[in-house]
Design a protein around this ligand. Structure first.
Ligand code: GLY
Length: 394
């Protein structure tokens, strides 16, 4: 139904608000099932994916208390090889998916204790990771500093290139018949009785009417006017600053796998691409909507990356960027139907948007077309916080 004052230019089965990795993968998967789909975004393919490193780090980013999320992360990691092949076939371009593995290294006794603790947690969770001596780490990656005190070898944590991924998803969506409305979504529209979401109004006043509306706006997901009050979309931005360096041909092989280290309490990672790009990240800052690149962000990244890999000082620094992670109170995504009929969420992926793209596309497509959220996605149902907020208030 058209919004008050609006004209329904597009009518579809599903409108996806947000054209980042999560919005695009949802649109593609649901269009493949025969739905008429529109994506609303002024710059589809932009957003956090243009900044992200693209680590598929289900195992090395495991944290105490996040074992349920581990299952979802592993389920998505397992989908990545087939997902990458299918998407490359559909789009005619690749995703940069590379089975490179990861090495997390310790620089001193404190790091070593932290990594040992992570190793114990991984083993308790049944994960296959291997403790290496410093010498063994350096044998794998000769550019590592001589003082490395040991490390964790995780052969299952790979990488994709988020910029290639979004480009491929855009093409796959277009080829699957997804319609793009390159505008801001201004407001959610509701049925006459207000009991059901019926689409969105765009910033030019036109309406996109849809049987189902998916909110996939990343850290901006809660911005849409007309959302029901009471914790419907508890997503906040967590800023990450990130650097791109270029590995010089004369220094190759520079790194063959992702290298991670604990740098003075913060996590640092170096992700080497076949193209020669070396991504170094990332800060984690609670600064609202600020996306400025600062000296205070870049300096510790370079300082802490130089400790495990001193040779980075020789490399050209080609890009500095900051992006916003869409983060929920439990660091896990919001998937599936919200409490408002007709409104679905696919947001809040925090540090794992690229990793979780395959499983999110599958879960949302199932939920949108069959009404059933698959078992693996149920712990992350989209109204878990709204219910908790109500219980606190009662
Ligand atoms: N997944 C890495 C990050 O968010 O920095």
């Amino acid at each position: 139904m058209p919004a008050k004052g609006g004209v329904a230019l597009t009518a579809c089965d599903v409108v996806v608000v947000g054209g980042g990795v999560i919005g695009l993968v949802t649109a593609w998967r649901v269009a493949q099932r025969g739905a008429r789909v529109a994506v609303v975004d002024p710059r589809p393919g932009g957003g956090a994916a243009q900044v992200a490193a693209g680590m598929l780090a289900a195992v090395t980013e495991l944290h105490h208390g996040e074992e349920a999320l581990l299952d979802l992360n592993l389920a998505s990691a397992a989908r990545w090889p087939d997902f990458a092949a299918e998407l490359a076939e559909a789009a005619g371009t690749g995703t940069g998916y590379r089975e490179c593995g990861t090495l997390a290294v310790a620089l001193d006794a404190d790091d070593r204790a932290l990594l040992r603790d992570l190793h114990q947690l991984q083993r308790r969770c049944g994960l296959d990771t291997q403790w290496l001596t410093g010498r063994e780490c350096r044998k794998l990656e000769p550019m590592l500093a001589p003082g490395i005190r040991g490390g964790l070898r995780v052969d299952g944590d790979h990488q994709a290139d988020p910029r290639l991924l979004t480009a491929a998803l855009l093409t796959a969506c277009e080829r699957a018949g997804v319609v793009f409305r390159r505008r801001e979504a201004r407001e959610l529209t509701l049925s006459g009785s207000g009991e059901r979401a019926t689409g969105v109004v765009l910033d030019d006043g036109t309406a996109v009417a849809a049987g189902r509306t998916v909110l996939a706006g990343g850290s901006r997901s809660a911005d849409l006017a007309g959302l029901p009050p009471g914790g419907t979309v508890p997503v906040r931005p967590v800023k990450g600053q990130i650097l791109r360096l270029r590995m010089l041909p004369e220094l190759t092989p520079f790194l063959s796998r992702t290298v991670r280290a604990v740098g003075r309490g913060g996590q640092i990672y170096l992700v080497p691409r076949v193209s020669g790009e070396l991504v170094v990240g990332a800060t984690s800052e609670e600064r609202g909507w600020d996306t400025a690149v600062t000296a205070g962000g870049v300096y510790p990244l370079l300082r802490d990356a130089r400790e495990p890999v001193p040779g980075i000082t020789e490399l050209p620094l080609v890009e500095t960027r900051a992006g916003l992670r869409p983060t929920t109170p439990d660091n896990a995504p919001l998937l599936g139907p919200s409490e408002l009929p007709g409104l679905f969420l696919a947001t809040g992926h925090h540090r794992n948007g690229v990793l979780l793209a395959p499983v999110t596309g599958d879960a949302l497509a199932a939920s949108l077309t069959t009404g059933e959220l698959p078992d693996y996605a149920r712990p992350f149902h989209a109204h878990r916080f709204a219910r908790a907020a109500r219980e606190v208030m009662a």
